[in-house]
Design a protein around this ligand. Structure first.
Ligand code: 15L
Length: 274
């Protein structure tokens, strides 16, 4: 039997693909959830769940939703590369609202960061959690900002936070890159369970990938929360090896296709410009 958190859990982005998986899994554990999203919740609500539509740009609404919650699973906001003006309010101002709510409630934040915060690292590199942030666009930059905000709120206000740099969380991997970046829904759900229940996390970063043999990623803080992924993309290797694009940056960097979106730099093939 899994433990039940002492206080309700606020989940932002509840109507999205990952939010719905988390709602199903965590409500199945008997947890009390406060769900929110800018879009309506598209399914019948499971027991012990309450849903309220809210915009992350509305700080007062976020403070109210977080009242009495002990954990904020922050999966809301823009989840793909978009122009800066579209990322700004949900992802940058929104993070501030989440952290202010967490500070007031003495809650822990579990932040859905992304591999796009480090997307311009070469695929040949094996990265640890303290690697240089190399965002591959405005979306990735907002995720790097979220991780740094977590660090600041821990040092300045004692707000604990766990930042999961999610690779590719889909029903199954669909190309060669995802043999490295794939994170199964089940591994993600168990991660959120552990990150919520862990006694103490401080501010830490964990690579969000299943146990894939060809992972780009190494050391992180998973022992702190007692999480180990149990799924893997390896059984798709025969089927997906060679499923690649013709784009130079997409196939060179860990962030894949995001590194090619709106790219104007033309010297990528020249090793002098690495
Ligand atoms: C992400 O951060 C996105 O939310 C998702 O749509 C995928 O693009 C994923 O990264 C990925 O890199 O595969």
């Amino acid at each position: 039997m899994s433990q039940i958190p002492a206080r309700p859990v606020l989940l932002t982005g509840a109507s999205g693909a990952l939010g719905r998986q988390l709602t199903k899994y965590l409500s199945g554990l008997g947890w009390t959830l406060v769900l929110t999203d800018i879009a309506p919740f598209p399914e019948p609500l499971p027991p012990n769940c309450r849903f309220e539509r809210a915009d992350l740009a509305d700080g007062v609404a976020i403070l109210r939703l977080a009242e009495g919650c002990g954990t904020i699973l922050h999966f809301g906001g823009v989840s793909v590369e978009r122009p800066f003006s579209e990322v700004l309010m949900p992802n940058i101002a929104g993070l501030y609202h989440i952290y202010e709510a967490a500070r007031r409630e003495k809650a822990r934040v579990i932040f859905a960061s992304s591999n796009h915060s480090i997307g311009f690292h070469e695929r040949s590199e094996k990265l640890d959690d303290d690697c240089q942030m190399l965002p591959d666009g405005y979306y990735g930059l907002s995720k790097a900002y979220g991780e740094l905000m977590g660090r600041m709120y821990w040092y300045k206000h004692g707000v604990e936070n766990v930042n999961i740099r999610i690779g590719s969380s889909l029903p199954e991997p669909i190309n060669e890159r995802m043999l490295s970046t794939y994170l199964s829904f089940d591994d993600l759900c168990r991660f959120c369970e552990r990150a919520t229940l862990a006694e103490r996390t401080e501010s830490c970063v964990i690579w969000g990938a299943s146990a894939n043999k060809s992972s780009f990623w190494g050391k992180d803080a998973r022992e702190t929360i007692g999480w180990e992924p149990t799924d893997s993309a390896d059984s798709f290797a025969a089927q997906l090896t060679g499923v690649v694009t013709k784009e130079a940056a997409t196939e060179r960097y860990q962030g894949g296709p995001y590194t090619d979106i709106d790219r104007t730099r033309v010297d990528l093939a020249n090793p002098l410009f690495r």
